[in-house]
Design a protein around this ligand. Structure first.
Ligand code: PCA
Length: 216
């Protein structure tokens, strides 16, 4: 049976809740698209998130990893295309660390592509009425760090593994505490979206070739 490891994060940046952690908890132990789903919550820290992911991969032995994180301002489930080898923090992480222009992996490649079928996943989400987008940047904070760390694990020691990253909007209650500038999505919709995305990742070994790019 195919195993999908889904990860979310602890709350960070002064928030009491992180929708990524809340959403993946609800998927733990479920069977989706014929696959077994295992969820883990990772620390929202540069130093801790990568090693915690590495341990979870060694423990669970997944075929697919879908890492999930919160991104304020996103209006859709945001399927990340690329992880870049840089850390440039605007706010401190949960350890108080605030690296500026440091590599995730010294001497590592500038970037790694996702190995998830993100176009197929976006198409499946839209088909079910859930807003989805292809994103060209996962930022330069802990989420990009984790995505790069995941891709580096795949490139250096887990060749058969497929993995990538999804950013999700804030919950309505988080957006309501901010000046009215942030989009939000209900937890139920996020959870339903992650189920659809996971099923599409299981069903599509390679991606579909459809245009979903951006004109800057
Ligand atoms: N979002 C942050 C880190 C943890 C999270 O959920 C990010 O986008 O980098």
């Amino acid at each position: 049976m195919v195993t999908v490891l889904v990860t979310g994060f602890d709350p960070f940046g002064g928030e009491a809740i992180n929708p990524s952690g809340e959403a993946v908890k609800r998927l733990d132990g479920r069977e989706i698209g014929g696959a077994r789903v295992v969820a883990r919550i990772l620390p929202a820290t540069f130093a801790g998130s990568g090693p915690a992911l590495g341990r979870a991969i060694d423990e669970v032995g997944p075929d697919i990893v879908i890492a999930v994180g919160q991104a304020d301002g996103r209006t859709a489930l945001s399927l990340e295309r690329v992880a870049i080898n840089v850390q440039d923090a605007r706010i401190p992480d949960n350890d108080g660390a605030k690296p500026v222009d440091e590599p995730v992996v010294a001497g590592g490649p500038a970037a790694y592509w996702t190995s998830l079928p993100i176009k197929a996943m976006a198409a499946a989400l839209r088909q079910e009425g859930i807003p989805a987008e292809i994103s060209q940047t996962a930022g330069t904070f802990v989420c990009n760090h984790l995505f790069y760390s995941l891709a580096h694990i795949i490139a250096t020691r887990r060749p058969g593994l497929r993995g990538g990253f999804i950013h999700i909007p804030l919950l309505p209650e988080q957006a309501a505490r901010n000046p009215a500038k942030y989009a939000s999505m209900s937890l139920a919709t996020i959870v339903a979206g992650l189920e659809i995305a996971a099923a599409a990742a299981v069903a599509n070994i390679s991606d579909i070739k459809v245009s979903d790019g951006e004109i800057a």
